[in-house]
Design a protein around this ligand. Structure first.
Ligand code: ZN
Length: 373
């Protein structure tokens, strides 16, 4: 066996060709000095903080330390330093491992079943941050009781220096500094990152090309929570907004949602994997009906909780839940680019008292079927 490592990809050439259905296990040992990942610097109040991916942290006493999992040790080492150990017992993807070290004000908001919900904010933003992040308990309660049991032992919502608006780190979500306003402006963002605790962190895609299983789910389950919290009109509003973005995006990119031609993983996140994939779930709910949709979603989560799935796994489970063949649905919405463009006319025959309605699909690309068998 030989291998070649270039452009962040490992190509392995087997000594003998693999047999059909043969499973081959490789152990890959690697090491290196990360060029990026630990953000050290001053926050907007001029206080120093560290945000990165470690779990046993020795820090000066005036810092609080938060990371994935539960706190199993906090020891004062001497007059100046403290050791904090956070331990995560559930398998989580590397992309959502994290630690935050800063001066924090911490509020224990409450519990859903036995899961504590905490807000970690800059002390200067204590009142506003506690107010803004407290909504997390209602959101967790909704997902926990609609999708399936939350996978972790706590949920911390953390004001931080992150380059993103929010980062769904497992049970330790980071939000951008100005997410705290004291006016509850970022409920949608908090909901999106919390939805990722189920889809993206716990049941997560096995391959970047299937990232819609994270982002499309987080997008649509945010809309579902907003519908639950504010009524059906809010869902309609969200879907309309997303549809506009999908139509605009298609003008510059005609690729399908599962686009296996993408080689640069930074290009995986797009309107396709967020908004359009969210719409696919919305249409799927319509296609199979509310009861079977939720049955399928719960089964999918229960089957792939703390594990990995592909689009074909989700399809199989939705087919079992609904008793429908969804091959055409998945093919045309996930593996084919574009959407129907409709043109219509109608006429009235006074003699027969009949209205004739004529609707045509006029898009350049593939033809879309409206119903599956
Ligand atoms: Zn997301």
């Amino acid at each position: 066996m030989t291998f070649n490592h270039s452009s962040n990809r490992i190509k392995i050439t087997l000594t003998n060709p693999a047999k059909e259905n043969e499973t081959i296990t490789f152990e890959i040992n690697y090491s290196g000095i990360p060029q990026d990942g630990l953000i050290i610097g001053k926050n907007k109040f001029g206080d120093r903080g560290f945000f990165g991916d470690t779990f046993i942290i020795i820090a000066p006493l005036h810092y609080s330390v938060v990371a994935n999992g539960i706190k199993v040790e906090e020891s004062f080492l001497d007059a100046n330093r403290k050791l904090t150990h956070w331990h995560e017992e559930v398998p989580i993807p590397v992309k959502v491992m994290v630690a935050g070290i800063a001066r924090f004000a911490v509020q224990y908001v409450g519990k859903v079943d036995d899961i504590p919900i905490e807000s970690w904010v800059y002390p200067q933003n204590r009142a506003e941050g506690f107010y803004d992040y407290a909504v997390a308990i209602k959101i967790l309660d909704y997902f926990h009781h609609h999708i399936g049991p939350y996978s972790y032992k706590k949920l911390a919502n953390v004001q931080s220096k992150t380059r993103w608006g929010g980062l769904e780190n497992a049970n330790t979500i980071f939000y951008f500094e100005n997410s705290v306003t004291g006016k509850g402006d970022h409920e949608s963002l908090i909901t999106h990152e919390e939805a990722h605790q189920w889809f993206g962190n716990s049941a997560t895609e096995n391959d970047w090309h299937h990232a819609w299983l994270s982002e499309g789910f987080a997008t649509y389950f945010t809309s579902l929570y907003l519908e639950y919290a504010y009524g059906h009109d809010r869902l309609v509003e969200e879907e309309k907004k997303d549809r506009q973005e999908i139509i605009q995006f298609y003008k510059k990119n005609q690729a399908p949602i599962v686009d296996t031609t993408i080689m640069d993983i930074n290009k995986v996140l797009s309107t396709n994997t967020y908004q359009k994939a969210g719409w696919v779930l919305h249409m799927l709910r319509h296609e199979v009906g509310d009861v079977d949709f939720w049955k399928g979603i719960r089964t999918y989560y229960a089957t792939y909780q703390n594990s990995n799935a592909m689009t074909s796994d989700f399809k199989r489970i939705m087919e079992e839940a609904s008793g429908k063949d969804l091959s055409l649905f998945f093919h045309q919405w996930l593996y084919t680019g574009g959407h129907p463009n409709l043109s219509g006319s109608w006429s009235y025959n006074a003699k027969l008292k009949e209205v004739t309605i004529d609707v045509k699909q006029v898009q350049k690309g593939a033809f879309f079927n409206s119903h599956c068998k």
